[in-house]
Design a protein around this ligand. Structure first.
Ligand code: G6P
Length: 367
């Protein structure tokens, strides 16, 4: 059956709003809510013996992989390598026995990622694939298939596939941690509970759609926009900048908040909107102090944080986007929503072709 936009103006908008449902759908196949356990598809190898994870992907899927690196290292204490597929394939990566190579792809067909997968397979790595199209080439080649249940994604700029990838990757990280004896049953239960809070938190984030739409005029006239985040929210800054570039054609850069003083701070003046992602949590104070460095130079900050964070640091910002207060584990999923919506509304304000941005393709099947 043809997929329709229903009451939405664009597929991208529809897909952004589907996230609570499709993330819940995805989590359902990786978590057992009653037992409060993580449940992965049956695998015939010993996950506790995996000594290194190599993550390879492109575009938005790559940023999901970057978030996963923080989770795998933090929870399972397993070292993680991550690379763009186009770089990985030709840099002669060292792949030792006992490694798991993890490929993330919405389409399951991206040529660079598929070539990297085949290379790792030939090198004897165990192959895991997080893909949204279950009949895709990557799905067929994988030893461990980890489907996302986002449903067909039509908008060229990926949205719901990304949050579903994060859901699967969080469950995988928790599974690793359990198998490696890093999480006991009560800690596992706690992680499961936090993940199950994600759909409602995504809904709460979506409630701010109109607030964000009303801010589009702050960003639409800009020539350059900077996105800042720390830790697992640093890849979200990269994803936010990518979304804006893709559909509004405004130059945007994502940066690790603490690294900004080593270069990008030179760009700051009162014409550059700076989007700061700062959920309250262990990294909040540090991010805020980087934000103040921006403000001291006339930077126009839009702060995305929860009520507590906004109360503490919102003063002096040109706008704030309130998010529900969530556990840091699910913050990357929840904070995807405001950066997607901001890019979406800025693109609408500029009148670009949101679902079919110029020069871009949904699935890139050339290397
Ligand atoms: C293209 C799309 C992006 C996507 C990337 C990777 O560039 O426009 O939205 O993130 O490919 O695609 P994949 O299907 O491998 O996730």
């Amino acid at each position: 059956a043809a997929i329709e936009k229903g009451n939405y103006r664009h597929f991208m908008q529809k897909e952004i709003f589907e996230q609570p449902t499709v993330v819940a759908q995805t989590l359902r196949s990786y978590l057992r809510p009653v037992e409060q356990k993580v449940a992965l598809p049956q695998i015939d190898f010993d996950i506790s013996a995996v000594n290194r994870v190599t993550i390879v992907a492109c575009g938005t899927s790559y940023y999901a992989g970057m978030v996963a690196k923080y989770w795998f290292e933090q929870f399972a204490r397993v070292p993680v390598d991550i690379d763009f597929a186009s770089e990985f394939r030709y840099r002669e990566p060292v792949l030792e026995d006992g490694g798991l190579a993890l490929f993330i792809s919405q389409s399951g067909e991206t040529a660079d990622t598929l070539a990297a997968l085949k290379h790792c397979k030939a090198e004897g790595q165990v192959i895991a694939a997080v893909v949204n199209v279950p009949t895709s080439s990557m799905a067929r080649e994988a030893d461990l298939l980890l489907p996302t249940h986002a449903g067909p994604e039509i908008g060229v700029a990926s949205t719901k596939a990304f949050t579903c990838q994060l859901a699967v990757l969080a469950a995988l990280a928790a599974h690793f941690a359990v198998k490696k004896g890093r999480l006991d049953a009560s800690e596992e239960a706690e992680i499961v509970r936090h993940l199950l809070e994600a759909p409602a938190a995504l809904n709460a984030a979506l409630d701010h759609d109109e607030t964000i739409a009303a801010m589009a005029h702050l960003v639409a006239p800009a020539r350059d926009v900077l996105y800042l985040g720390r830790g697992p929210d640093f890849p979200l800054a990269l994803e936010g900048a990518l979304k804006l570039k893709e559909i509004s054609y405004i130059h945007a850069e994502g940066y690790a908040s603490g690294e900004m003083k080593h270069g990008p701070i030179a760009l700051i003046d009162d014409k550059v909107p700076v989007i700061v992602l700062a959920p309250s949590g262990p990294l909040f104070e540090k991010t805020v102090s980087n934000m103040q460095e921006v403000q001291a130079r006339g930077g126009q900050v839009i702060l995305i944080s929860d009520e507590e964070g906004i109360a503490e640091a919102g003063e002096g910002c040109i706008a704030t986007i309130p998010m529900p207060k969530v556990h840091p584990l699910i913050a990357p999923l929840v904070y995807a929503v405001p950066v997607q919506l901001l890019a979406y509304h800025v693109a609408c304000a500029k009148g670009t072709d949101v679902d079919q941005p110029r020069n871009l393709a949904k699935s890139v099947t050339v290397e």
